[in-house]
Design a protein around this ligand. Structure first.
Ligand SMILES: [Zn+2]
Length: 135
């Protein structure tokens, strides 16, 4: 029987929040918009990588989340200005805050995904670990 190698490209692995090392296991145990809040797996179910490599490591993700928030808020402010031409600051504040609340689960999840996929030194995709366990 031929040994099929499972390869997931980098972008689909990021969008689906997969393990940065094997791109098979899920980083999160549940969906982004649920009532229970997001639960992150401690280790990869496929390759066993410990996602939080030291206590408090995900505090670094706050900087990524901050960058996401700034980009979203500037984009929305420009969009409001272009679409409505309004000079009423309460319109800007209310819409920007509403969108920030709506997007906060997205920012929480993808700041950690970006941290693990792009900003963690020494953590790279290893295709040999993405193979099926049973050959
Ligand atoms: Zn893995």
């Amino acid at each position: 029987m031929e040994n099929k190698q499972y390869k997931l490209a980098a972008w689909p692995a990021i969008v689906r929040a997969k393990c940065p090392r094997c791109r098979r296991g899920n980083l999160f145990a549940n969906s982004m918009y649920g009532f229970k809040g997001q639960v992150m797996n401690t280790t990869c179910s496929h390759c066993g990588l410990t996602f939080e490599k030291e206590p408090g490591y995900f505090y670094v993700a706050m900087f990524v989340s901050y960058a996401f928030n700034v980009a979203e808020m500037v984009t929305i402010a420009v969009a409001i200005s272009v679409l409505t031409g309004s000079k009423n600051p309460w319109l800007y504040v209310s819409i920007i805050l509403a969108v920030a609340v709506i997007l906060s689960p997205f920012n929480f999840r993808y700041s950690r995904v970006i941290l693990l996929h792009w900003l963690t030194p020494g953590l790279h995709y290893r295709p040999e670990l993405s193979q099926d366990k049973i050959n």
